[in-house]
Write a protein that binds this ligand. Structure first.
Ligand code: NAP
Ligand code: MG
Length: 433
């Protein structure tokens, strides 16, 4: 913290184009070490190397590249005023930013946090999740190699209850940016009151993925599966509630069940693996518990429904990709975030019913809509209360498009121009002429 404070004034005063050069350089270094970083991510988290290589690592480089361009495009305004005044605004970095990230996309989340903060001239103390600190530490090394001055970014591995909990109440930190569970997010918000630091929160979700009968059902099958089984379902915006129009419910859930049953489960390091292990014993137990809850609540197992422990799989925290059918939106498995490869397929009658049930959740992070009807797609996109709506696709993010939660899924945005706004404050200057 002291290092970040000491580095702040000089860093905030760097020429914007110099920060652009550094951010581009970081992206290049991530690309250069992509193989190593992908392997490290998979070893640390367990995720399939196929995903680390194609999503996590290139995504991290991309976000530095995107924000590199922003350093030189941060403008204040001249404000309309009476003729004897000249009023304008300055955009200034917020200051020292404490950033806390989860274990599901370790390097990507570190990059979503660090890149916009640096583009705006802030300094950073970043706490990675205790399960997955390795790629964040590697990134720290690359930042120094790129020429980011010492103290500007401080990677501080440690436990949530100690290192993490020290950040929000700290009087010397100006902003806390958190990604993780809704319960810890609420604690952070309370703990931040001491100096009224800025707070941004990216929290949980129970996102509806809505399939209408007029959709391309083959494409929707792949989309529904990617929506929940990507990263073993350990994704905040996972499409964990799969709403299917009644008339195609049986046909579609058959397709989905078959698809889920065919996914190759294996160690993350195997290039053929589609479903790797969960991140930890704790997560494995949590998901197993929900599988039992689902069965007790009367949901039917269409695929999976159990841990995977044949042969060598015994050694890891594997769960079979699971499709529950006959689920009601009021069931616990449809209301609580499982954060594992478990989807609840819920029937709906018509568009109105889909929206009503889709919005019946505490969360509002994301949603998916599958239909060939353009008007319906846009109507539903408007009606759904969520920060991101995907039409005929799912689980995609783009550094240029803001990502954030409605309702109890969070406060504030990452990515895009909104991501920049979160790391700036505005100063008004009034000049009497
Ligand atoms: P978590 O406990 O909230 O952990 C997230 C981060 O917060 C970790 O770095 C953790 O450190 C730290 N932490 C824990 N307790 C803390 C405290 N009292 N004060 C400050 N920091 C603290 O979440 P998790 O259980 O590991 O991860 C799963 C959850 O994260 C899911 O519920 C999911 O919804 C949410 N998530 C949301 C997003 C999103 O973008 N919205 C992304 C990923 C995950 P340690 O790991 O060292 O304990
Ligand atoms: Mg934790």
């Amino acid at each position: 913290m002291a290092a970040a404070r000491a580095a702040f004034d000089r860093w905030a005063a760097t020429k914007p184009s110099q920060r652009t050069i550094l951010l581009f350089k970081i992206a290049e270094l991530i690309d250069k070490h992509a193989e190593e970083l992908a392997l490290l991510e998979t070893l640390d988290n367990g995720k399939a190397i196929f995903e680390s290589k194609n999503v996590d690592i290139p995504g991290a480089a991309e976000v530095f590249r995107y924000y590199a361009g922003w350093s030189t495009k941060i403008y204040g305004e001249t404000n309309p005023s009476s003729e004897d005044f000249f009023n304008y605004t300055l955009r200034e970095p917020v200051g020292v930013c404490g950033q806390i990230i989860p274990w599901n996309f370790p390097l990507l989340m570190a990059s979503w946090k660090i890149a916009p903060a640096l583009a705006c001239g802030n300094t950073v103390v970043l706490k990675p999740a205790e399960q997955t600190p390795l790629t964040a530490l590697f990134l720290g090394k690359l930042l120094l190699e790129a020429g980011v001055p010492k103290g500007v970014v401080n990677i501080l591995p440690g436990y949530g209850e100690t290192a993490g909990a020290a950040i929000a109440p700290h009087m010397g930190i100006d902003k806390v940016a958190f990604t993780g569970s809704t319960s810890v997010g609420k604690e952070i918000l309370k703990a931040s009151a001491g100096n009224l630091k800025r707070v941004s929160l990216e929290l949980g979700g129970k996102s509806p993925n809505i399939v209408f009968r007029d959709a391309d059902l083959d494409a929707a099958t792949v989309g529904a599966m990617l929506g929940i089984f990507f990263n073993q379902g350990q994704v905040c915006c996972a499409g964990s509630r799969l709403f299917v129009e009644e008339k195609v419910y049986d046909e579609f859930t058959d397709k989905v069940g078959k698809f889920a049953g065919g996914l190759k489960i294996g160690p993350g390091t195997d290039p053929e693996t589609k479903i790797g292990p969960l991140v930890s014993k704790e997560q494995h137990e949590r998901v197993s518990r929900y599988l039992e809850i689902g069965k007790k609540e009367g949901a039917k197992v269409k695929a999976g429904g159990d841990v995977a422990n044949d042969g060598d799989l015994k050694k890891g925290y594997f769960v079979k990709p699971t499709v529950f059918t006959g689920v009601k939106n009021s069931m616990q498995i449809a209301q609580e975030e499982i954060f594992g490869p478990v989807v609840s397929a819920i029937p709906f009658k018509d568009e109105k019913d889909a929206v009503l049930q889709g919005n019946d959740t505490l969360y509002g992070l994301a949603a998916g809509v599958w239909t060939r009807d353009v008007s319906k797609a846009h109507r539903v996109a408007r009606a759904i209360k969520a920060g991101t709506v995907w039409i005929n696709c799912y689980n995609l993010t783009d550094p240029a498009s803001p990502f954030g939660g409605f309702k109890q899924s969070g406060w504030g945005y990452e990515n895009g121009q909104d991501g920049i706004e979160g790391y700036l404050k505005t100063k008004t200057v009034m000049v009497q002429l």
